[in-house]
Design a protein around this ligand. Structure first.
Ligand SMILES: [Cu+2]
Length: 288
């Protein structure tokens, strides 16, 4: 006699649930705080639902057919010469074709609409931030205020933020999951990213591309304040800092590899530092 081994079942269920229980992620991507991230979430959900249009019927049919056509089911009509059905052909071709057309249309539209380089329209002034990936920390320069920070950015809500991104070392990836798109930071190149935050709050910023030993602590804080005044107060605070990056030597000290860096503020930044960092990869004599 056959019997079901429940012990075995329980072990399997336990193992599967461990995967979910140990998974400490709060799904930041599904809890967006800015226009770009909100649009990206709706794209993820739309594609997910469309995918279910295929998967759910397939799972259902697998169960249904295996019961209906099992050997012991004597009530079904036996058709050994059956070979073709127009109805089935039409269904299994039309549905995927429609889905692919729809997904193609959706991808085309959203990749243009959510292009990281595309400026975000807003009646509020935009804020420029130059991002430089170092080993293993992030340097942020605010060229309009002549200040810089390590591992912290602050900006007011509803103001579009324009990031220019590069790396002084290997390839990294700049990512604020709550606000949307991630973009690569690459040595000798500039990449661009436009984001906006529509809610105030403190978000996590990460490097999402493995870049060596200190990678796992290469994180930064994003503070989105609700008032422009608050942002200006923060800028003033940094403008009063004693630390500066106004010489190549200063930058060299900062760019030395270090792990687990705390937040640092710099009141004076060398003019064109961002461009010099890029040019050093094209002209070896200009090595910083
Ligand atoms: Cu990739």
């Amino acid at each position: 006699m056959k019997y079901i081994n429940f012990n075995n079942y329980l072990k399997k269920i336990f193992l599967i649930s461990v995967v979910f229980l140990l998974n400490g992620c709060d799904s930041v991507l599904l809890n967006p705080h800015g226009l770009v991230a909100i649009k990206e979430r709706s794209l993820i959900l739309t594609v997910f639902i469309i995918m279910l249009l295929v998967i759910v019927p397939v799972i259902f049919m697998t169960i249904y057919f295996s019961i209906k056509y099992k050997a012991s089911n004597q009530n079904q009509i036996y058709k050994p010469n059956w070979s073709d059905s127009k109805k089935i052909e039409i269904t299994v071709w039309t549905i995927p074709i429609l889905i692919i057309f729809f997904l193609a249309f959706l991808s085309w539209n959203s990749s243009h609409e959510l292009d990281p380089k595309k400026p975000i329209e807003s009646k509020n002034s935009s804020i420029k931030i130059d991002v430089i990936a170092l080993d293993w920390k992030w340097l942020f320069i605010y060229p309009e205020y002549n200040i810089a920070t390590i591992n912290e950015i602050v900006f007011p809500i509803n103001h579009p933020v324009i990031f220019r991104i590069t790396s002084n070392s290997v390839m990294n990836s700049f990512f604020i999951p709550s606000l949307g798109s991630q973009v690569y930071a690459m040595p000798g190149m500039t990449t661009q990213l436009n984001l906006i935050s529509n809610y105030s709050g403190k978000y996590k910023g990460i490097s999402s591309n493995y870049s060596g030993k200190g990678f796992s602590n290469m994180k930064f804080t994003v503070l989105c304040v609700s008032k422009n005044k608050e942002f200006m107060r923060w800028v003033k605070k940094i403008q009063n800092s004693n630390k500066k990056i106004n010489t190549k030597k200063n930058f060299k000290i900062i760019s030395d590899p270090s792990e687990n860096n705390f937040i640092e503020y710099f009141s004076d930044v060398k003019k064109n530092l961002f461009d010099e960092i890029i040019h050093q990869f094209h002209d070896k004599t200009k090595k910083i």
